[in-house]
Write a protein that binds this ligand. Structure first.
Ligand SMILES: NC(=O)c1ccc[n+]([C@@H]2O[C@H](COP(=O)([O-])OP(=O)(O)OC[C@H]3O[C@@H](n4cnc5c(N)ncnc54)[C@H](OP(=O)(O)O)[C@@H]3O)[C@@H](O)[C@H]2O)c1
Length: 295
């Protein structure tokens, strides 16, 4: 399949390009400098030139706190960018696979979020992503929006890399213990998106287009996640000391945007329609730890 991938140098975009190439697809990945999704002229020109069978949008403005002061830019990429891609997909009659976020939910629900739960973002980033999702739903009929949480991967910045960097100079860290969710590897997200587009139902009459929450297990808080990172790093010989971790409430680690208390996503719909099981983030973590320790 000829796949055009946007945001090809991001955490998920890089992984998608790798995996799709290894699966034998004809991959056309573009970073933000080569294809700015907020520029409709550029989007049209590139897509009409490449003529892909499908577009996967891994591009996004992802700075949760900075978005509060860079609102225009966040909306230009996350909302206008999604609209531009959906519009060209409609013109070409091709599907769009798009990645969304747990930040569209307010995090107040008890229990994992379903796709039917009301999206109530609490910050600019979440609101701009939600508007992007809504634009896609309005413009296109052939789309998959995959909502994911707490992404980590071999490329780009994430919590795993931050923990390893901190461990270089510190023996003790305080980590928030009252925000619950599920780390999700960029590898698992990429596998899921590629499995969807290789599914025999994909782009056939009756294809179950729509929004899907991608579940990753087990659910944890940030303190638990940090513990697992350091335990696995110690076992793999990436660090040579046991880190001392102190659980703290969010109130002791204030951020400009309040993080959702609960970000856990329910993946039943994905399993029902595409037969795809939830991911287990502990399986992919060692690979990212090894990759991160070498870079
Ligand atoms: N990271 C998370 O924890 C998380 C959680 C939930 C959902 N998500 C969603 O998952 C998806 C992938 O995120 P990620 O973690 O891979 O993010 P990432 O590492 O920040 O990658 C996003 C990529 O988009 C590119 N980009 C930014 N503006 C662009 C534009 N105008 N045109 C084209 N490309 C542009 C960035 O390029 P530059 O670096 O050159 O600007 C970057 O390479 C996003 O939709 C995000 O909202 C992420």
């Amino acid at each position: 399949m000829k796949i055009l991938i946007t945001g090809a140098k991001g955490q998920v975009g890089s992984e998608l390009v790798d995996q799709a190439s290894r699966r034998g697809h004809d991959v056309h990945g573009y970073c933000s400098k080569e294809l700015d999704i907020s520029n409709s002229g550029q989007v049209n020109e590139k897509v009409l030139q490449v003529k892909p069978d499908v577009i996967i949008n891994a591009a996004a403005y992802t700075y949760v706190d900075k978005a509060e002061t860079e609102k225009e830019l966040a909306y230009a990429v996350n909302s206008q960018g999604s609209e531009n891609l959906a519009t060209v997909c409609k013109k070409m009659n091709i599907p769009l696979l798009h990645i969304s976020t747990d930040y569209v939910y307010d995090g107040e629900k008890q229990g994992p979020y379903l796709e039917s739960d009301q999206a109530i973002p609490t910050g600019v980033y979440g609101a701009s992503k939600l508007e992007g999702d809504q634009k896609i739903e309005q413009i296109l009929s052939k789309y998959i929006i995959l909502r994911v949480s707490w992404v980590f991967g071999d490329y780009g910045n994430n919590f795993v890399k931050t923990m390893l960097e901190l461990a270089e100079h510190r023996n003790e860290l305080s980590i928030v213990h009252d925000q619950f969710g599920a780390p999700t590897s960029a590898k698992a997200i990429s596998r899921c998106l590629l499995d969807i587009l290789e599914n025999q139902r994909f782009n056939q009459p009756g294809c179950p287009w729509g929004i899907y929450n991608f579940q990753s297990d087990p659910g944890v808080n940030w303190y638990d996640f940090a513990q697992e990172i350091f335990q696995q790093s110690y076992r793999l010989g990436i660090i040579n000391k046991q880190m001392k971790l102190n659980p703290i409430p969010s109130s002791e680690f204030p951020t400009p945007v309040k993080r959702p208390t609960n970000s856990k996503l329910d993946g039943t719909k994905l399993q029902l329609h595409f037969g795809l099981l939830p991911a287990n983030w502990k399986v992919d973590l060692p690979l990212t730890l090894i990759h991160s320790s070498h870079n």
